[in-house]
Design a protein. Sequence first.
Length: 210
Amino acid sequence: MKLILLGAPGAGKGTQAEILSDRLGIPTISTGNILRAAVKNGTPTGLKAKAFMDAGQLVPDEVIIGIISERLQEDDCKGGYILDGVPRTIAQAEALEKAGIAFDAVVSIEISDETIMERMGGRRVCESCGASYHVVAVPPKQEGVCDRCGGKLVQRKDDAPETVKSRLDVYHQETEPLKAFYDKRGLLKTAENQGAVEATTAAILKVLGA
């Protein structure tokens, strides 16, 4: 099964991709991971990407698509794969089509902006050991103090309300239009975020008929 997972930042795509990868026995292709691997391994496309990254520029779509194409030709992708983090724009989706990369389904994890603001705004990380908490879902025993090492719990910049709002605005402008793009091709399936990770996985597997 060849899948794309869509969803706003904080919708749980990464978590669900890992679970689905185990359940379906197919690899998760995370753009960030394969970009770093291609650069580290010094592949021709990886070297191109490195030149842009070293110059502090965004890696262009054609380089990203080239790296994905390289990765999808590896043996572990023969039975299918899950793409997480790409395409982010209509231009990338069109470039994937042009490269002959096809999909069986595109699953959009549906979640409200309010829920994402609550979810991400409540995340806290230990400065010392990196342990993760959530003020509502996984609170520490003592407010602001890590259970594991007694370190100070802080909010990451990425999780600050203004940052989350700005990331959501970019998602609605650039990535959300992909839903209509894939709906026209008869590939779009939507799964409501259920709050609990296991329930969301069940909702995704149900729409996939898996």
